[in-house]
Design a protein around this ligand. Structure first.
Ligand SMILES: [Zn+2]
Length: 167
């Protein structure tokens, strides 16, 4: 058993079929905490949660289970929709406007939350440059409740598929 199979089981127990990008985002969290703690999270979600948690909620569960907050853990930042507490927000670059790239690519900029503010000043501040994020939070459909970085990854894949279809 590895973190991937634990996560697959967690989704299937709740009758959920995740998008690939969404799955990978959850998997990053599981890989951060390791197999044993992932199993604890899975068991908690299976036994105690009626609804499948968003990534934000899952980070909360991990905190409540005492998995984070062990001495050597780095500073805990608030959960943030835009950056998931990492500090970086992905920004999608289009080959139509950026000559150097041949397909949609992401770059990262600093978030406005405390995690973003703690990044070096050399990292460009997202909201200094852009009034709002590129993609609105989806109100319904399969992208509802996904974290913003996941939304960007999904859009990137979509746009690149369209680009490839035109070639
Ligand atoms: Zn943030």
């Amino acid at each position: 058993m590895n973190t991937t199979t634990v996560l697959e089981t967690m989704f299937s127990v709740h009758g959920k079929r995740p998008l690939e990008a969404q799955f990978n985002e959850y998997l990053k969290v599981f890989d951060q905490i390791g197999l044993n703690d992932s199993v604890k999270v899975f068991e908690h979600v299976r036994d105690k949660e009626d609804k499948f948690p968003t990534i934000r909620q899952m980070r909360g569960i991990i905190g409540n289970l005492g998995i984070w907050g062990k001495p050597k853990a780095t500073i805990q930042y608030d959960d943030c929709y835009y950056c998931q507490g990492v500090g970086y927000i992905p920004y999608l670059l289009s080959p139509k406007t950026v000559k150097k790239i041949s397909k949609y690519t992401t770059t990262v900029m600093a978030c406005k939350c405390s995690a973003g503010q703690d990044l070096p000043e050399s990292v460009q501040r997202y909201f200094d440059v852009h009034k709002s994020v590129q993609f609105e939070e989806e109100e319904e459909g399969e992208l509802k409740d996904v974290a913003y970085p996941v939304l960007v990854t999904v859009k990137q894949t979509e746009f690149n598929d369209i680009l490839r279809a035109k070639e």
